[in-house]
Design a protein around this ligand. Structure first.
Ligand code: FAD
Length: 120
């Protein structure tokens, strides 16, 4: 549902959490130091253990740990991290049968605002 509920259900928790996660990418440094990358890697590791929707957390961890290595967090820069988070969100969108988001627009959605002034 789109209305606020108390306590939050999986959907409301998800929307709020994606807001936090994408906002973390929006405020990430354009070029990240080793320490900043290490901090974010720790955050993602703990987040994916503690996220209070356990099936969500388990699937997210498995996705990140794909044996190919292709889903490992990319943390060298805001551009890389923002793109990676968009791909992570799209993996969940696919799983849930939702429309994928065009990752060329992640920054307009989450950092700069849409060029046409709207904010959905
Ligand atoms: P949301 O998916 O919450 O998206 C919010 C807004 O983000 C959208 O309106 C759009 O503007 C924008 N957006 C959409 N896709 C992208 C993208 N790829 N990149 C950037 N911006 C985008 N729910 C389950 O039922 N099962 C699960 O296993 C599950 N796993 C989850 C794992 C994680 C890590 C998180 C954070 C959430 C998970 N959820 C899960 C919740 C689910 O992803 C949605 O948040 C929830 O279903 C509400 O969906 P929504 O349609 O309102 O939009």
């Amino acid at each position: 549902s789109t209305s606020n509920e108390c306590p939050p259900d999986v959907e409301q928790l998800g929307r709020s959490t994606w807001t936090l996660l994408h906002s973390l990418t929006a405020s990430y440094p354009t070029t990240a130091s080793n320490e900043q990358q290490t901090d974010m890697r720790s955050f993602l590791g703990l987040f994916s253990k503690l996220y209070p929707c356990w099936v969500c957390a388990d699937d997210f961890r498995s996705w990140m740990a794909d044996p190919s290595g292709k889903n490992e967090p990319r943390l060298s820069s805001r551009a890389e991290f923002g793109q990676w988070m968009c791909e992570a969100h799209n993996a969940v969108n696919r799983k849930l049968g939702k429309k994928e988001f065009d990752c060329n627009f992640w920054e307009e959605r989450w950092r700069t605002g849409w060029k046409d002034g709207r904010c959905d």
